[in-house]
Design a protein around this ligand. Structure first.
Ligand SMILES: [Zn+2]
Length: 273
């Protein structure tokens, strides 16, 4: 939910492809293609951000972000992530970091979400084993047609370790959920899962696992406007570097915006070409 609100706010960062990717050539080409000049210095030729939001609706990582982050041929392998050194935090929302190569801004919520997503995706590999009765069962009520549809789709919930009991009167009781669901957010997560299952046509195991992991990661992650200590920020950067896909959040948005030292020098006209 928070995600959508932030989209609607249409905050448009200038997106710079992260450098130091796996295939230097491919990454650099993608940088040239997808990169607006840093910091609003010049208008981008194209707007990869709007392409990103469009692609997000179809659940795909935007092509430019994907290529920029991983290099054209490297979609299968874990991309390199540079070692970054903490400078500080901007507006309670971005981590500012540096290394020999340049300057980096990291969206702390998106980064945390990526870290959590990869953990939860693994956990949802066998959620039934971790399913546990709720001490205080939650009831969820639906419109009559939705209630009927959900009754026919209970096995999809069970694949995510969520057990609903038909209580009659358009209501279900949430009996059990995986014990590692973010505490206090269980009811919200099951409700959002239900909304998604009602809308989705072709559900399969991979999709339900992915969706459930996204819901959990969003709830479990630090939000924007939250102060980070240096230690917490450095831990976040280290954990992000260990992720399989450290450059995009599970919703397909960029995590890192970066400026090479050369780009900075060009912007300040320290170099002419
Ligand atoms: Zn996200």
């Amino acid at each position: 939910m928070g995600e959508r609100k932030r989209d609607a706010a249409a905050v448009r960062p200038s997106y710079t492809a992260p450098f130091g990717g796996t295939s230097a050539g491919g990454a650099r080409d993608a940088v040239r293609e997808a990169r607006p000049s840093g910091g609003g210095y010049a208008a981008p030729a194209r707007d990869p951000w709007s392409a990103g939001t469009r692609a997000q609706e179809t659940g795909k990582v935007p092509d430019q972000v994907w290529r920029a982050a991983f290099g054209a041929a490297a979609a299968e392998t874990k991309p390199e992530f540079p070692e970054l050194y903490w400078i500080g935090q901007l507006h309670g929302t971005y981590i500012v970091a540096q290394n020999d190569g340049g300057l980096y801004l990291i969206d702390q919520h998106a980064a945390h979400e990526r870290i959590h997503y990869e953990i939860y995706y693994e956990k949802f590999g066998d959620p039934a084993a971790a399913s546990q009765e709720l001490l205080l069962p939650v009831t969820l009520s639906f419109a009559p047609d939705e209630y009927a549809a959900i009754r026919g789709k209970l096995p999809w919930f069970e694949l995510a370790g969520v057990y609903l009991e038909d209580f009659g009167g358009n209501t279900f009781i949430v009996r059990a959920v995986p014990h590692w669901l973010p505490e206090g957010d269980e009811a919200d997560i099951v409700r959002e899962m239900a909304e998604w299952i009602l809308k989705e046509r072709g559900i399969d195991l991979h999709k339900i696992r992915e969706k459930a992991a996204i819901l959990c990661s969003c709830k479990a992650s630090i939000k924007a406007n939250q102060a980070l200590t240096r230690e917490a920020g450095e831990t976040l950067l280290r954990r992000l570097a260990a992720c399989k896909q450290p450059y995009t959040c599970p919703h397909g948005r960029p995590i890192v915006v970066s400026f090479t030292t050369y780009e900075l020098e060009k912007m300040f006209k320290r170099v002419m070409s």
